[in-house]
Write a protein that binds this ligand. Structure first.
Ligand code: AHG
Ligand code: MN
Ligand code: MN
Length: 331
């Protein structure tokens, strides 16, 4: 018999929240929005939904029509949930807040509505990434948002590929679901996923290698020269969620180091690195970042955020590759 995502969340309920049903009702807002997004993506070419809308977002990036659609779908579906105190999106400069009491508005959802925007028009996998934080009883909403990633109550992503796959954790292992459009439900495909101890792919944008700190070039040379006891191949999709999903399943390492153009890294801490780092650790891997061109890295989930759109260098992967990276960076 099948297990749907909603059923699975209810089984995990005791792990996350004392309020039975609130949490699964909240997550239903995310799954509904992702079903709307995947439907829009699959027919985008027929719907004139490709291309830019002709304005830039807070990131200074050209907003794609699908970025805006995905953002609006999530804001709409989640805004209706009483348990939401605030929504933090890559596409909105400030958090969207709701005037709800401490007892009602218990959660803050942080998300990258459409990850991999540069791949939308070429029909390559893109995704949605989300992270759920608990509202704190004291301080303003920002005090509840700017907390280290190890305080997340849940994290997950949906990768819109040949199939639509949702992966999540509430701190009790990593579980994946496949969207079955015939019944309109995410159906459990794998529980307690574990990254292999070592993979055979490294994943990075090598066009930036010339301006990385030397240690990252040394590390890549170590992988290429068989220094970890096996041959590596390069795989870089350019959609973080797709590169992450492959690493979760096959192992290996992903690197987005500091560059001269972006000395503090390109990827965003709150809605890209933190949720994926939580999943990586729950699956037996690890994730580091937070350094800069001349500052060592630390565990992503320990970084205290200073701003909701803060960027970070971001490296994640399986045990063997991350041990070797720590060694090379520690030198
Ligand atoms: P987004 O589309 O949400 O802005 O994210 C794009 C990110 C991430 O998906 C990917 O890993 C990275 O940008 C690719 O950056 P480069 O093109 O610089 O390699
Ligand atoms: Mn992104
Ligand atoms: Mn995005």
């Amino acid at each position: 018999m099948i297990t749907t995502f909603q059923q699975h969340i209810q089984e995990q309920q005791q792990e996350v929240s004392e309020a039975s049903g609130t949490f699964s009702y909240l997550l239903a807002g995310i799954t509904l929005a992702t079903k709307m997004i995947q439907a829009k993506i699959r027919l985008a070419a027929l719907d004139n939904a490709y291309g830019a809308i002709g304005q830039t977002n807070v990131q200074g990036e050209q907003q794609q029509k699908l970025d805006v659609y995905a953002n609006e779908a999530l804001l709409h579906c989640l805004g209706l949930k009483d348990s939401v105190a605030a929504l933090v999106s890559e596409e909105d400069e400030e958090p969207v807040t709701f005037d709800r009491s401490l007892e009602t508005g218990k959660y803050i959802i942080v998300f990258d509505p459409l990850d991999g925007s540069s791949n939308i028009d070429v029909n390559v996998n893109v995704g949605t990434i989300f992270s759920i934080l608990k509202r704190q009883p004291h301080g303003d909403l920002n005090a509840s948002i700017l907390r280290p990633g190890h305080t997340q109550v849940a994290a997950g992503y949906v990768v819109y590929g040949p199939s639509t796959v949702l992966v999540y954790t509430v701190g009790n292992g990593v579980h994946s679901f496949t969207l079955d459009n015939t019944i309109g439900a995410y159906v459990l495909t794998e529980e307690h996923m574990k990254m292999p101890d070592q993979g055979s792919y490294y994943s990075t944008n090598e066009a930036n290698a010339a301006t990385w700190p030397q240690a990252y070039r040394d590390y890549l040379e170590l992988l290429r020269s068989g220094g970890l006891g096996r041959e590596y191949s390069s795989r870089y999709i350019g959609s973080l969620v797709a590169d992450f999903h492959r690493t979760l399943l096959k192992g290996g390492v992903f690197l987005y180091p500091p560059t001269s153009k972006q000395p503090n890294g390109k990827l965003r801490l709150l809605y890209e690195a933190n949720p994926l780092a939580f999943i990586a650790e729950q699956a037996g891997g690890s994730a580091v970042g937070g350094g800069s061109v001349n500052k060592a890295c630390s565990r992503i989930l320990d970084i205290l955020p200073e701003g909701i759109h803060q960027r970070t260098p971001f490296m994640y992967g399986s045990k063997r590759e991350m041990e070797a990276l720590a060694e090379v960076l520690g030198k």
